[in-house]
Design a protein around this ligand. Structure first.
Ligand code: EPS
Length: 392
């Protein structure tokens, strides 16, 4: 099935990803992957690193004349910043007389620094932060872009928008098409569909930057056009909601995930939670509402999949937090080189990628074949038995 591995350090030569399990005959070029990488780099509140990088992917194998071969696909994203870090990020041991870079020994509260240092026995925080950096999410977005190319063949579209940053929250969006939501989010500097809230968020980010602070927030990923039947209730690790939660929770700095009404289901009786059925003429069995957010019993139910994630403020504060120098045990301000003030708009794009990967995996489990044509036959065969699946 669809599986992948990523590698790469934030200031090493390159980031890499290998995907195995793509069907043969699927269109795949660098351009649509680069479009997604560009979106990840954007958003008001990003740091200086994004001015250095223009993330683009090189496809090294698995594709011929723009179509997948069914063999593994390797993608590479070069770190432009590597040029400035060769001395500090050398692959080879230091040569005689060469000065080794000073170890970083003051961990940032909230970062992987301290736990990573203890777990791996690293004497230098750089050995932790290089891999734990959110820079690695570039490869997740690249893999997600490939997953989306598969899903789009079946009319499945994934869009996202930011619903909160710090104290500023946008009103809920309802009844928008995939195109409307995409265009409105894309037009906002912070991926928020409400113009007034967008402006207030920009001011909030400016204020946090002045104070040397950082901001978190909430984003929502909405998937349109899903068939009924991805995931399963038969075993815990097959449940699509559980798998999506894990995928989103695995993104750096994510502390909470909810689907549909989410935590709201705890507050009201069942009559205000579940989505009633009705027969909508030729359209077949329909739902009056989508409070479940597109999953029931661990299976997609054909409604738009609505999933939200909460991101904590980035742990690197220019107004350094209290910490301890682990080499001397003395109190010292936490290490801070440079940072993003707010990366929630970027996290939304990464969220789309993780949702895309999870859905592509579940899609191939249900309809998988060795070629795209075979997947299509399987999909259409199933859809013919339940026509809503094809029409959604
Ligand atoms: C990031 C690259 C990093 C950070 C950020 C995300 O670049 P640098 O470390 O060179 O400034 O901007 O990473 C973090 C927030 C983090 O805590 O590691 C990127 O490309 O997304």
């Amino acid at each position: 099935m669809f599986r992948f591995l990523t590698g790469g350090e934030s200031h090493g030569p390159a980031l890499t990803a290998i995907i195995e399990g793509l069907p043969a005959g699927m269109p795949l070029l660098a351009e649509p992957v680069n479009d997604q990488l560009r979106r990840r780099q954007g958003g008001y509140g990003r740091g200086a690193r994004q001015k250095i990088e223009t993330d683009t992917v090189e496809i090294l194998n698995g594709v011929r004349f723009g179509r997948t071969l069914g063999s593994p696909v390797t993608m590479l994203v070069r770190n432009r910043d590597w040029e400035n870090w060769q001395g500090r990020m050398r692959i080879e041991p230091a040569e005689e007389g060469m000065e080794e870079p000073a170890a970083i020994t003051v961990p940032r509260p909230g970062h992987a620094d301290w736990v990573g240092m203890i777990k791996y026995g690293h004497p230098d925080l750089r050995n932790v932060l290089e891999r734990s950096s959110a820079r690695n999410t570039a490869t997740l977005v690249a893999v997600g872009a490939v997953a989306r190319l598969l899903l789009v063949e079946f009319g499945i579209r994934i869009v996202s928008h930011v619903t909160r940053i710090g104290s500023e929250a946008a009103p809920a969006v309802e009844g928008m098409t995939a195109d409307e939501l995409y265009e409105k989010a894309e037009a906002s500097p912070v991926r928020c569909v409400d113009e007034g809230v967008s402006e207030r968020i920009v001011a909030l980010i400016d204020g946090a930057k002045r104070r040397g602070d950082t901001l978190g927030g909430v984003f929502e990923v909405v998937t349109f056009g899903l068939p009924v039947g991805l995931g399963s209730y038969v075993h815990w690790d097959k449940r699509i909601d559980g798998r999506l939660a894990m995928a989103l929770m695995s993104i750096n700095a994510i502390k909470g995930v909810e689907i549909g009404m989410g935590f709201g289901v705890a507050e009201v009786p069942g009559s205000q939670v579940h989505d009633a059925f009705y027969v909508g003429g030729d359209a077949g069995v329909q739902r009056l509402t989508n409070r479940a957010g597109g999953t029931e019993g661990g299976i997609t139910n054909g409604e738009p999949l609505v999933i939200r994630a909460a991101m904590k403020p980035i742990a690197t504060l220019m107004r350094q937090l209290e910490s301890v120098d682990l080499s001397t045990r003395e109190a010292k301000p936490a290490f801070a080189e440079r940072s993003d003030v707010c990366a929630v708009p970027a996290a939304a794009v990464i969220g789309e990628a993780m949702v895309g990967i999870t859905l592509a995996q579940a899609f191939l489990e249900k309809f998988g074949g060795d070629s795209l044509d075979e997947v299509r036959r399987n999909y259409e065969g199933f859809a013919a038995t339940y026509h809503n699946a094809a029409e959604k």
